[in-house]
Design a protein around this ligand. Structure first.
Ligand SMILES: *[C@@H]1O[C@H](CO)[C@@H](O)[C@H](O)[C@H]1NC(C)=O
Length: 118
């Protein structure tokens, strides 16, 4: 718990999303998951890749893709918080962190949808 919060604090303090923070909530399979942003320069679409290991040691991953740049809140220095929100949507009350076909932040940028591509 302390580790998670420390990681989140460090994470929120920087814009670079090339780090892979742990999920704040676990999916129902109790997997441990991390997420990372896949990006190219510019305002194009972004990938959100989720990597998990379940308690039996089985690994799984998935990738969602969407373009968040048409959202003022995201652009206003909230990129890290936005992806934390997507990761939360992926895990919360879901059988696995890859069960959803699409992801949306629950409170911000609700017109932006990340669809599963892998
Ligand atoms: C997003 O994922 C797709 C499918 O794996 C890949 O072809 C593409 O290069 C990725 N894009 C970025 C920006 O990481």
């Amino acid at each position: 718990m302390i580790r998670t919060h420390l990681f989140a604090l460090i994470f929120l303090g920087i814009i670079s999303l090339n780090v892979a923070p742990p999920f704040q909530n676990s999916p129902m399979d109790h997997a441990e998951c991390i997420f990372e942003e896949g990006r190219r320069a510019g305002n194009g679409p972004r990938n959100l890749t989720i990597d998990c290991t379940n308690p039996q040691g089985r690994k799984y991953s998935c990738t969602y893709r969407g373009n968040p740049h048409n959202c003022q809140w995201y652009n206003n220095n909230n990129q890290a918080r936005y992806y934390i929100g997507l990761a939360d949507a992926a895990a919360r009350d879901q059988p696995t962190a890859c069960s959803r076909r699409s992801l949306m932040h629950r409170r911000q940028c609700r017109h932006i949808v990340f669809n599963k591509i892998q």
